[in-house]
Write a protein that binds this ligand. Structure first.
Ligand code: CA
Ligand code: CA
Length: 250
């Protein structure tokens, strides 16, 4: 009977710290922004970017602009092991062929500001690129890690700058990045040498000699921080140690 009770206690103590540790890891940031109430708190705009007609207009259709918009870190500087981003974008009022595109970077903490269609060269950046300057095409989605180009995927199913509202969904789990456009998977890429970092979402857009109006709306961003062992979990492990010692002594 004593053995049974000790085993029971042991099982409970094994389960306890695991469940507590798991609960403590569920700290997650969530952003949901439709820009319908003007310029939102916790969002910074750079260069020509601002809220226009309940959307985030990253650039108007004018030449040689570099715009940006950043959201504050939702996780108090914790390392992030997974994130999701979903937003609508529209590229219209094209002139000279339209250019250059929009980017979303989950940049390293504090690296914020205006960015081109290639993103900030800090952390993971996804680009919606509408101008061919040495790349696969003038209608592709790119992936960069700290500025190093990893993917250039030509889009054959639609034209990014066709003036329609496109929806994109991006997920990142431990360096595995998946990008879909208008509900269809575009690519999945496992980033070599990826390591968790703290950061925030940062949009960018650029125009040059050719230009477009480039707009983002309905952004939903979520982040999951790397679990940290909680005090309760450590306490639970200590109890487990005591129980084990009793069992071993017996
Ligand atoms: Ca809106
Ligand atoms: Ca380009």
């Amino acid at each position: 009977m004593m053995d049974y009770l000790m085993n029971k206690l042991q099982n409970i103590l094994i389960a306890l710290p695991l469940s507590v540790a798991f609960t403590s890891s569920a700290i997650a940031g969530l952003i949901s922004e439709d820009f319908n109430s003007g310029s939102p708190a916790g969002v910074s705009f750079y260069g020509p970017s601002s809220v226009v007609n309940q959307e985030a207009q990253l650039t108007p259709s004018s030449n040689s602009l570099l715009g940006g918009m950043s959201f504050t870190d939702q996780d108090n500087g914790q390392l992030i092991e997974a994130w999701d981003a979903n937003f609508d974008f529209r590229i219209d009022q094209n002139n000279g062929g339209g250019a250059d595109g929009i980017s979303l970077t989950f940049s390293r903490l504090g690296d914020v500001g205006p960015a081109s269609e290639e993103g900030l060269f800090s952390g993971l950046a996804i680009g919606f690129d509408t101008w061919k300057n040495g790349e696969v095409s003038g209608n592709h989605i790119s992936l960069r890690y700290d500025g190093v180009s990893l993917v250039e995927q030509h889009i054959s199913t639609t034209i990014l700058e066709n003036g329609a509202v496109h929806n994109t969904s991006i997920s990142m789990i431990d360096g595995l990045v998946s990008v879909s456009l208008d509900g269809a998977s575009i690519f999945t890429h496992d980033v070599a040498n990826w390591a968790a970092y703290s950061g925030q979402f940062n949009f960018g857009a650029r125009t040059g000699g050719a230009r477009s109006r480039q707009v983002v709306d309905n952004f939903i961003g979520s982040t999951v921080a790397v679990p940290e062992p909680s005090m309760v979990a450590v306490f639970g492990l200590a109890l487990f140690g005591l129980a084990r010692r009793k069992i071993v002594k017996k």
